[in-house]
Design a protein around this ligand. Structure first.
Ligand code: HXC
Length: 510
């Protein structure tokens, strides 16, 4: 019996070595953790239960029959994060570059199926050269099985991807269909085809970093939702995000203990909006002031900075925040900011996360670049997402809410439940200057007259009361009492339920 137990220990130890000590040392030399070390950081201590440790690939071509490593390049199983269940896979780059074989795919599919059946999130730690070239179509089939499951799990359980090494081909398409992608700076790359193929096909010479590094994907392509300095920070960041999320679409996000008084008054908010309508201020100041303990998990920090998205808690309850940022492009809506916010609104709605919208928006960015780029369709994505959302929605207009952007940014008309405005709010079709120049075109030569007209317009229209008179704004609130009012609003909406008409699915402007 002792022999049998020892043999089991030996087999386990062998499997845990993956591609061997030499390759583990190379992984460490690159500043990367191994697949198993990563799981140790991600999961609660001692909580990991492994599946399929002894699985071997079945390929025989290219001398593969004699190249078998237990586990086949991916560590899979389940564990907990702060006591809550999660299914995980972690690709092992020391085994054939973490490439995906038929059996490697089967291991991932098994835990994805378990996650959906048991209503728990899936976290994938990706470090893979893509489809295992030696296996040909069998590995492509494996990828397609994973892709299909990503789609079936979308909106059912949260799916989070961490990119922790060079990921190519299929290794980027599976993450692309998950809810969040985070990268590690200077050691992770994502591309459909690597720099060598790019050079062959297009003659373009580009480094891996420029083509698909963290900077590229967080600042230019917006494929990634954030980047971290190293493996440990990335894994800890994901643990933090996980705590905001429900386990599945039938649950509410977890309530966390809070030590911050929901009735808290913040006098500094009374002077947040500057005297001049053209002067910027930082909307993040308002967000952290509203949040429990000032904690804000921002998403896509580096992309389309004219809109801010992320998660906070109010009275211990997770809230998704969307806010225009007056510091960048005056907070206007454009193609990138509309896409960024639309996706986030849909994620929150799918997972029962209430939405807080903070509005200071002068309108949509005009110009040929925007029109040629399809701002009509992209702006419509945000409008569609808000209009479709059925989670509790509270909106606060701090300053400008002009034109179509007023409608889009969670107005009462498209489904927000409680709409507040500060006394500094200006809700109108457009700003005073633009409006008077159109309405009084014949007087344009007379600067004094136009100045008077502009002043009149400001007094009459650039305030929240026209909207409040119609009930489009439920209450004009004191800035200093915003946290208290918003906390009470969300508390009153906790049991909100909305039934829509039956349909197979919508046809949103993708
Ligand atoms: C089999 C692979 C592999 C792959 C890497 N390896 N990728 N083996 N299939 N796809 C092996 C290497 O041969 C090497 O083995 C070991 O992993 C480590 O790789 P290195 O190249 O030494 O590492 P590095 O220099 O860090 O470069 C990593 C890399 C590069 C950028 C990922 O290996 C690479 O470009 N690989 C191919 C990427 C690719 O084109 N994949 C197919 C995509 S098509 P040895 O034994 O020599 O150490 C695809 C189809 C699905 O995925 C599409 C669905 C939409």
């Amino acid at each position: 019996m002792r022999d049998i137990l020892e043999q089991l220990e030996e087999r386990r130890a062998q499997a845990r070595l993956g591609g061997g000590q030499k390759r583990i040392d190379i992984q460490h030399a690159k500043g990367k953790l191994t697949a198993r070390e990563r799981l140790e950081v991600l999961l609660d201590e001692g909580s990991f239960e492994e599946f399929d440790m002894y699985v071997l690939h079945r390929a025989t071509d290219f001398g593969m029959a004699s190249h078998k490593i237990a586990g086949d390049g991916v560590v899979t199983g389940w564990g907990t994060i702060n006591g809550r269940l999660v299914y995980v896979f972690s690709q092992d780059f020391t085994v054939l570059g973490g490439s995906l074989s038929e059996t490697h795919a089967q291991k991932i599919c098994k835990i994805m199926d378990m996650a959906v059946k048991n209503g728990a999130p899936i976290i994938g730690l990706n470090d893979s050269g893509g489809a295992r070239i030696q296996e040909g179509v069998a590995s492509l089939a494996g990828y397609a099985e994973v892709f299909k499951r990503n789609v079936d799990a979308s909106g059912v359980v949260p799916q989070i991807s961490l990119i922790m090494g060079p990921c190519a081909g299929g290794a980027v398409y599976s993450p692309a269909m998950t809810d969040f992608i985070f990268m590690v700076r200077d050691s992770s790359y994502m591309f459909v085809t690597g720099p060598d193929v790019v050079k062959t096909v297009t003659n373009e010479i580009v480094s891996a970093e420029e083509l698909g590094g963290a900077r590229t994907h967080t600042q230019k392509s917006s494929v990634a939702d954030g980047a971290f300095e190293n493996d440990v920070e990335a894994l800890e960041g994901v643990r933090k995000l996980f705590d905001y999320l429900p386990l599945n679409n039938r649950q509410k996000p977890p309530l966390r203990p809070f030590y911050d008084d929901p009735q808290r008054i913040d006098k500094k908010l009374d002077t947040l909006v500057p005297d001049s309508a053209t002067k910027p201020y930082d909307m993040k100041e308002l967000i952290v002031t509203l949040a429990d303990e000032g904690d804000f998990f921002e998403i896509q920090t580096e992309f389309a900075k004219n809109i801010i998205i992320g998660l906070i808690r109010i009275e211990g309850q997770t809230v998704g925040v969307v806010g225009n940022q007056p510091m960048v492009l005056a907070g206007c809506l454009d193609i990138d900011s509309s896409r960024k916010a639309a996706r986030f609104v849909r994620f929150c709605d799918a997972f029962n996360i209430p939405l807080l919208t903070l509005v200071d928006v002068p309108g949509f960015l005009p110009g040929t670049a925007q029109e040629y780029g399809g701002v009509i369709k992209h702006g419509a994505k945000l409008l569609f997402a808000y209009a479709q959302a059925s989670v509790p929605m509270v909106t606060l207009i701090t300053r400008k809410a002009y034109g179509g952007a007023y409608d889009v940014m969670a107005s009462k008309h498209i489904g927000a439940d409680i709409n507040y405005a500060w006394p500094t709010a200006e809700i109108a079709v457009m700003g005073a200057k633009g409006a008077t120049e159109i309405l009084y075109r014949s007087e344009l030569g007379d600067a004094e007259k136009i100045a008077g007209r502009t002043r009149d317009y400001e007094i009459n229209f650039a305030n929240p009361f026209k909207a409040a008179e119609r009930g489009f704004i439920d209450e004009v609130i004191m800035p200093h009492s915003s946290r208290r009012r918003i906390a009470r609003a969300f508390a009153a909406l906790r049991s909100k339920r909305v039934e829509g008409p039956w349909r197979k699915h919508d046809t949103m402007p993708l």
